[in-house]
Design a protein around this ligand. Structure first.
Ligand code: AMP
Ligand code: ZN
Length: 136
């Protein structure tokens, strides 16, 4: 895939600091970490969002993320962590090659996340219905 920085990393043409790799994944240090120990689990193959990643690969990703999260929080002495995936530019995805963030957390407020607003309970069932209707 042309001009994809994570493909370049996967193919070894751009340097990375790796903590783990296998036939499906590479795990590297995020170059602009949100907290100390922020790592990225990336697929070897080029997929953009989670919707493109084959289920057999996704099924391996969360157990591996769990193992890495445990190592990361032990390694940096953090009691907590976030795991998240941005899917699409509107979600904040800047690198359009699938990756899962593992972010060790020492205190609230380290990430730029806002709490949600209370739902309008007259509308919530209709939002649920639009989702239910689109389940494949
Ligand atoms: P996202 O916003 O989910 O696409 O996150 C992309 C992440 O990739 C950001 O946290 C960046 O700091 C990180 N990143 C971008 N380029 C590199 C790179 N060359 N090596 C390591 N991490 C990178
Ligand atoms: Zn790529």
């Amino acid at each position: 895939m042309g001009n994809c920085i994570f493909c370049e990393i996967a193919e070894g043409r751009i340097p990375s600091i790796r903590v783990y790799e296998d036939e499906d994944f590479i795990v590297l240090m995020d170059i602009n970490p949100l907290t100390v120990g922020h790592i990225l689990l990336i697929t070897r193959q080029h997929y953009v969002t989670t919707l493109e990643v084959p289920n057999n690969i996704l099924a391996k990703a969360l157990p591996l993320a769990k193992q890495l999260a445990e190592a990361a929080i032990l390694g940096v002495g953090a009691p907590a962590f976030n795991i998240f995936i941005n899917n699409g530019p509107e979600s904040g995805q800047a690198v359009h090659h699938w990756h899962l963030h593992i972010v060790p957390r020492k205190e609230p407020g380290e990430l730029p996340l806002k709490p949600g607003a209370p739902a309008d309970l007259t509308k919530l069932p209709f939002v649920a219905a639009t989702i239910r209707d689109n389940l494949k």
